[in-house]
Design a protein around this ligand. Structure first.
Ligand SMILES: [Zn+2]
Ligand SMILES: [Zn+2]
Length: 256
């Protein structure tokens, strides 16, 4: 991923409030199309321009062809607010994020989410590297998927805290096959399957187990069939069911 600066030059009459709104709406459209990553976008006023700091999945992530409908609209609104189209300045490779998938078109995907990763939740199943969402060519954007990601990450962050006040509810929500967050997650996987025509595995998190001695004899929660692998897939997924397109891990509590 790349660290970049977006420069919005002042080219007409504007006010601080109008410019701020237009930039915020534009950045939001980019977030919900997966064109910029993360949650914080420091924006500064410098003489004749506004400058926002962003992280991009690829150098060319902001080209207009990748924009959603709201992205195109927000781009026009910048001009109405007296600002230029943004100029993108690539600062370098972002050291805090992982590398984007190299495939032009992956053969299959894994929908996987953890709190520490701000990248796309859609991974190439071959390289286990994140695939930028805008590459899927959906003009309507991914607002609901990215809002789901934020909720999943919030739950994950809570259950990672050792003395969390909400440990059990958060843990249950992430682990349970039928929790709202996982039902929604599997619906997203299903929709992406229909859109791409490719398998999209859903990664079911497993942190704790009531009995570690039974952990490897768990069955697939989708079909009840055996799903333990000889070797974990991507060093992470000990379980995999191809007919349900589900993967999971041996509970972290039972490992090592
Ligand atoms: Zn790949
Ligand atoms: Zn199954």
């Amino acid at each position: 991923m790349y660290s970049a600066e977006l420069q919005f030059r002042i080219i007409g009459d504007t006010s601080y409030a109008a410019a701020e709104t237009a930039i915020r709406v534009y950045l939001e459209a980019l977030i919900f199309q997966g064109q910029i990553l993360g949650r914080e976008f420091p924006t500064a006023f410098q003489q004749e321009q506004f400058v926002s700091r962003v992280v991009l999945p690829e150098k060319n992530a902001l080209q207009a062809a990748y924009h959603s409908q709201s992205g195109h609209k927000a781009l026009q609104a910048l001009q109405q607010a007296g600002l230029s189209y943004p100029k993108v300045l690539i600062m370098g490779i972002d050291l805090m994020s992982n590398h984007t998938d190299p495939c032009e078109q992956p053969d299959s995907y894994i929908l996987y989410c953890r709190f520490a990763q701000m990248n796309s939740v859609l991974y190439c199943a071959e390289h286990f590297a994140p695939v930028p969402l805008y590459l899927l060519g959906m003009q309507t954007g991914f607002e609901d998927l990215i809002r789901w990601q934020l909720q999943y990450q919030a739950l994950d962050e809570i259950q990672m805290q050792q003395h969390s006040v909400l440990l059990k509810p958060a843990e249950r929500a992430l682990q349970s096959f039928r929790s709202t967050v996982n039902v929604q997650g599997r619906q997203f996987a299903k929709r992406l399957r229909a859109h791409t025509g490719k398998p999209v595995y859903y990664a079911l998190y497993r942190g704790v187990s009531a009995d570690c001695s039974l952990e490897t004899s768990r069955c697939c929660p989708g079909c009840g069939g055996p799903w333990l692998q000889d070797e974990p897939w991507h060093d992470l997924f000990d379980f995999r069911c191809d007919s349900c397109q589900l993967v999971s891990n041996i509970a972290w509590q039972c490992q090592g």
